[in-house]
Design a protein around this ligand. Structure first.
Ligand code: ZN
Ligand code: ZN
Ligand code: ZN
Length: 367
């Protein structure tokens, strides 16, 4: 069902206006976060074409496979829907819905290549561009309802981190701990588990290590990065670093550097500060302590209907922050062959500064 506060129907009009403003003729949007953002419809991406045809001016049309029509009608109450039977090419329906001479079309960034090429064959003279040019700009600035949906996602994932002592015990494997975490992510209110990273000891030095059969030992750091998607469509993503038992002195010392860096980047967030400046706020602390090369990724990524989206908190991104932008602050220090650590919170830029959506403590957690 359409949640009109989270997915207001006026978004289609805003997207049309933005499409016209950059001189594009239409947006073609297949299932995924862009379609959900524009219509509230959480459609399934597949070989059968579902495509929102949104001309810069004129009436939007949703092209769907006949068997998806009932679901599409429930999800999108105000849209004109046309359907195609299995065995018929769906692309002529898109051409018909566009209704007019077209020179430049924008396709959703994550459209399947099979559909991109199908559309190219049906509209051979139209230039294809990425809809992200238009939609990223809209999606990046969250409405108050979206911020509340992200806050609910943050609160849900926080309850999972708060229970870590139940599962993270010496003698258990990363995979065993990960299975318990995945179950808890669903119990906490998420609709899906998107990823579970439990990276113990030397595995912590690989930022996107997932799970292995390695047995967790007392005294070593364990990086736990977890996230899922709420029934609202909005995502969670939070990392904490744990030690089972007391940490060795060297671990405590470099973790303190990371903690200072993460706090500095969070404190730097306010309107007008650039994404690159937020990245530098974390990176400078880590580099000054001599760990510069060990912080081997950007400081953060936007989050919303996708787990990773604009704006990216990275050197070279001179985009100034604006109220409503939501993103992660997740510096890490990775020492190959030894161990790693990362701290990740989701934050929102507000009129006055920053709103931190994850509230579990960021100190090295001794279980
Ligand atoms: Zn990541
Ligand atoms: Zn993240
Ligand atoms: Zn993460």
């Amino acid at each position: 069902m359409l949640n009109a506060e989270l997915y207001p129907p006026e978004r289609l009009v805003a997207a049309q206006r933005a499409t016209a403003a950059v001189g594009l003729d239409a947006l073609l949007v297949t299932p995924g976060s862009d379609l959900r953002y524009l219509t509230g419809y959480d459609a399934h991406a597949q070989e059968r074409l579902t495509c929102l045809v949104l001309p810069a001016r004129g009436e939007p049309t949703l092209v769907v496979p006949t068997l998806e029509r009932p679901a599409a009608e429930v999800a999108t109450q105000h849209l004109k829907i046309v359907d195609h039977q299995d065995g018929d090419s769906p692309y002529p329906l898109v051409v018909e819905a566009l209704d007019g001479p077209l020179s430049v079309l924008a396709l959703s960034d994550r459209m399947w290549a099979a559909h991109v090429l199908g559309l190219r064959a049906a509209l051979p003279t139209a230039e294809q561009r990425l809809a992200g040019e238009i939609l990223d700009e809209l999606r990046m600035r969250k409405s108050p309802a979206e911020v509340e949906a992200l806050r609910a996602a943050g609160a849900a994932i926080d309850t999972v981190h708060a229970r870590m002592a139940e599962w993270l015990l010496p003698g258990r494997t990363e995979r065993q701990v990960g299975a318990d975490i995945a179950e808890a992510i669903i119990e906490s209110g998420h609709a899906t588990v998107d990823f579970v990273i439990v990276a113990s000891g030397p595995n912590g030095a690989s930022p996107h290590h997932a799970l292995s059969d390695r047995v967790i030992r007392a005294g070593e750091p364990v990086v736990v990065d977890i996230g899922g998607t709420m029934p609202s469509g909005y995502c969670s993503d939070s990392t904490r670093t744990y030690v089972v038992g007391a940490p060795p002195a060297d671990v405590a010392a470099w973790y303190a550097v990371l903690h200072t860096a993460q706090r500095a980047a969070v404190a730097a967030v306010r309107p007008g500060v650039t994404c690159a400046q937020v990245d530098a706020a974390a990176r400078d602390v880590i580099a000054d302590a001599g760990y510069g090369p060990a912080f081997l990724h950007r400081t953060g990524h936007g989050i919303g209907l996708d787990g990773h989206e604009e704006p990216y908190i990275v050197a070279g991104n001179d985009r100034p922050l604006e109220p409503g932008m939501a993103f992660s602050i997740e510096p890490g220090i990775y020492l190959a062959g030894r161990h790693g650590a990362r701290i990740e919170d989701i934050v929102v830029c507000t009129d006055g500064g920053v709103d931190v959506l994850n509230t579990t403590p960021t100190e090295l957690a001794e279980l």
